[in-house]
Ligand binder design. Structure first.
Ligand SMILES: *[C@@H]1O[C@H](CO)[C@@H](O)[C@H](O)[C@H]1NC(C)=O
Ligand SMILES: *[C@@H]1O[C@H](CO)[C@@H](O)[C@H](O)[C@H]1NC(C)=O
Ligand SMILES: *[C@@H]1O[C@H](CO)[C@@H](O)[C@H](O)[C@H]1NC(C)=O
Length: 347
């Protein structure tokens, strides 16, 4: 499955905005022109340009992490805002996973988790239920081939219905008008759990998100280029409202009616989940799962090295930089505003 269509549309929009700007004004700098990046490299020539691969390495095994230049590592780490504490693989699993009964996934309480619940949910990120770990292993064992993951999908096609009036606006939220589920119900529930965890824990680091068609509704599931690690890059604040001073960008039909305000929390719109990293040796796991917000504030190395210049304003990290994109995961409100009903569509 190729690049999502909106990637190229966004690029075209930004490009045409820039060209139009260039044609009509010579003296004023329009706010949406990407500012020249600070020339900080002159004083710190020794730090290599950060890459998505380095970022993933720092969230991997100690051995992977040690491959990253120390100064660069420090700068990257300063941009990590963990929604679940980062944990080193000091133990393969704890009591909950060792439980002979299957771990049950519960909905995360949006009104705040109790302490016990919090621990439990942390564990679900570090050491997810078996079907998630199996998928993670499949990704590594297949050498990064998305085929086996596609094969884990139930072939039944599910039409994407109207979502919060998007059809009236001619907005298509998903890359195809239909989607699938995984055969394993537990896998489906786990992905829903991830969306809910982001909403529940985001506020603790300054990210208020809601599950709706302008804000958080999708992520891109990828297999990391070298390690074969399975991950999802979520994008919150997908369609901020057009605002002539702060966000003068026309993002097309899906932006119409948006109530997402462009503000500093845009820096926090890229959220990364990583499955535990399987090992190919006798030791089963090299690193536990991760859930982290990648802070793209303009003074940080993520903004400066990893955000493509034409989307500086939108602060978008691209899933293709992290690995081979396998599917998109969409969690859409197919109910009403009063009685929301969320449903997963894997496209
Ligand atoms: C997030 O929402 C809470 C509660 O509505 C509010 O108190 C807080 O200021 C908001 N934070 C941000 C960064 O907008
Ligand atoms: C925006 O609208 C959605 C419904 O479409 C609602 O769930 C959400 O709370 C609203 N957000 C804000 C910030 O008003
Ligand atoms: C295991 O993976 C490492 C790289 O992660 C590789 O160097 C090694 O050759 C692999 N071993 C086997 C037995 O496949």
């Amino acid at each position: 499955m190729g690049k999502p269509p909106f990637l190229s549309i966004k690029f075209a929009v930004f490009l045409s905005l820039s060209l139009a700007g260039a044609a009509t004004t010579t003296t004023t700098t329009l706010p949406f022109f990407p500012k020249p990046k600070p020339q900080k490299r002159s004083s710190t020539v020794s730090i290599p340009k950060a890459t998505a691969k380095d970022l993933l390495a720092l969230l991997g095994s100690p051995q992977q992490a040690s491959s990253v230049n120390a100064e660069e590592a420090q700068k990257l780490k300063s941009c990590f805002k963990f929604l679940v504490p980062f944990s080193l693989p000091t133990r393969p699993s704890t009591g909950i996973t060792a439980d002979p009964f299957r771990r049950s996934l519960r909905s995360v309480k949006l009104g705040g988790e109790g302490e016990k619940e919090r621990e439990y949910n942390n564990e679900l990120i570090w050491w997810p239920p078996a079907p998630v770990k199996e998928l993670a292993r499949l990704a590594v064992d297949s050498g990064g081939d998305p085929g086996p993951i596609h094969n884990a999908l139930d072939p039944t096609v599910i039409q994407v219905p109207d979502v919060e009036g998007s059809k009236d606006d001619k907005c298509e939220l998903t890359r195809t008008p239909y989607g699938w589920h995984f055969i394993s119900e537990e896998l489906n529930s786990y992905i829903e759990f991830l969306f809910e965890m982001i909403v529940a824990r985001g506020p603790s680091i300054g990210l208020n998100v809601s599950l709706n068609r302008f804000d958080l509704f999708h992520g891109h599931l990828f297999i990391a280029a070298d390690s074969g690690r399975l991950g999802i890059l979520f994008h919150a604040k997908e369609y901020p409202a057009y605002e002539k001073d702060t966000f003068p960008c026309n993002l097309g039909y899906c932006q119409m009616g948006s109530n997402v305000t462009y503000d500093d929390s845009m820096n926090l719109r890229n959220i990364l989940w990583l499955a535990p990293l399987p090992s190919n040796s006798s030791k089963p796991w090299l690193a536990p799962g991760v859930l982290v917000v990648l802070d793209a504030h303009p003074d940080g190395i993520i903004y400066q090295d990893l955000i493509p210049e034409y989307v500086n304003l939108a602060r978008t990290l691209y899933e293709d930089d992290f690995g081979e994109v396998v599917v998109d995961v969409n969690y859409l409100n197919v109910g009403t505003e009063e009685v929301p009903k969320y449903q997963l569509f894997i496209c």
